[in-house]
Design a protein around this ligand. Structure first.
Ligand SMILES: [Cu+2]
Length: 69
């Protein structure tokens, strides 16, 4: 199990958080997602190694930008 942190820009409300959660839910290996539109903080817990690129792509798919912290 590993925990990775990202900073997301562009989220404004709970719907944004939900969109990010939804897209990340499609990525294999992701166990848990904590995301805050207020702080832009995204914490992803994985059960197996997941590429940063896959996480960043999912966030982008949701319509936001993320960088690894
Ligand atoms: Cu929103």
């Amino acid at each position: 199990m590993a925990i990775s942190e990202y900073q997301v820009t562009g989220m404004t409300c709970g719907h944004c958080e939900m969109s990010v959660r939804e897209e990340l839910g499609r990525v294999a290996g992701i166990e848990q997602v904590e995301v805050s539109a207020t702080t832009g903080k995204l914490v992803v817990t994985t059960s197996e190694p997941v590429d940063d690129a896959a996480v960043l792509a999912a966030v982008q798919e949701a319509g936001y930008r993320a960088v690894r912290v």
